[in-house]
Design a protein around this ligand. Structure first.
Ligand code: MLT
Length: 264
């Protein structure tokens, strides 16, 4: 029997606006959305799940691909009594959001795809994910934290904002190696979902840090071109973790987009 995988999460805010679900990046958990949970909750409920294996959600038995993560998010929304929501995913969270859009399109009222991509990995990246997963199981997560950190935040943030850098380090270092390894393999095996973007009928906001080295503004522009109703927000002087590196800019872009939809 397949174990029923239940996501832990938190809800804040309230009001009549479209509920917003925030899906976290790799290898983080819902706590990375702290600057959004209150700021974006003035007009709507903000739901923040921990994906399978991260934060308060245990890693279930069996393979945990992105499709299973997406099914778990759909189950979470069902249990929270949410029919359709605005779904925002950053990086790996964006991969899960696109899997959700493919597998549970009725759940999606609008999408925010932040610092992410719709294409599959190259062969070289796939091989690197396999090596990463093996090393995580052998050595734990600390080496990955140091390796990823310079690509997650701008050099300015790394130099001048120790509170942000410290939070990013803590959150990454708190994740279980087996879960991080499983997520690396899940990202390795994800298909190209540009067809999902093309088919989407809902409004899409693509947000990207202007200095994102991992998922570049150029890739973001490519995603917008695939959307029927897409718009782009490039946040200047901002790195990959745009919601933490430039919380105000990120919150303003997302709130402006959602407020426009609430008025429709
Ligand atoms: C993330 O930020 O979620 C990941 O680094 C994305 C990726 O490795 O493709």
């Amino acid at each position: 029997m397949v174990e029923h995988a239940v996501l832990k999460g938190s809800t804040s805010g309230g009001g009549g606006g479209l509920p917003l679900v925030l899906l976290h990046a790799f290898p983080f958990d819902g706590r990375m959305w702290e600057p959004q949970a209150s700021a974006l909750g003035a007009a709507r409920s903000v739901l923040v799940p921990d994906l399978l294996g991260f934060g308060g959600t245990p890693l279930p038995d069996g393979p945990v691909g992105l499709d299973r993560q997406a099914d778990a998010v759909a189950g979470y929304l069902e249990r929270e009594g949410i029919g359709r929501a605005a779904v925002c995913g950053l990086s790996m969270g964006g991969y899960v959001a696109l899997a959700l859009a493919e597998r549970h399109p009725g759940r999606i009222a609008s999408l925010v795809l932040a610092d992410t991509r719709a294409t599959a990995d190259s062969e070289a990246t796939r091989a690197n994910r396999t090596a990463t997963a093996e090393r995580l199981l052998r050595e734990g997560v600390d080496w990955l934290v140091e390796e990823m950190l310079p690509r997650l935040l701008t050099a300015r943030t790394l130099r001048d904002r120790p509170e942000v850098t410290g939070q990013v380090r803590r959150l990454m270092g708190a994740q279980a190696p087996a879960s991080v390894a499983a997520a690396a393999l899940a990202m390795r095996d994800r298909p190209d979902r540009t067809g999902v973007l093309r088919a989407l009928e809902c409004p899409v906001l693509v947000v990207v840090g202007g200095e994102d080295l991992m998922t570049t503004p150029e890739e973001a522009r490519g995603m917008v071109a695939f959307c029927r109703e897409g718009r782009l927000a490039v946040l200047s002087a901002t790195g990959h973790l745009a919601n933490l590196d430039n919380s105000d800019g990120f919150n303003e872009a997302v709130e402006a987009f959602l407020a426009g939809l609430d008025r429709r």
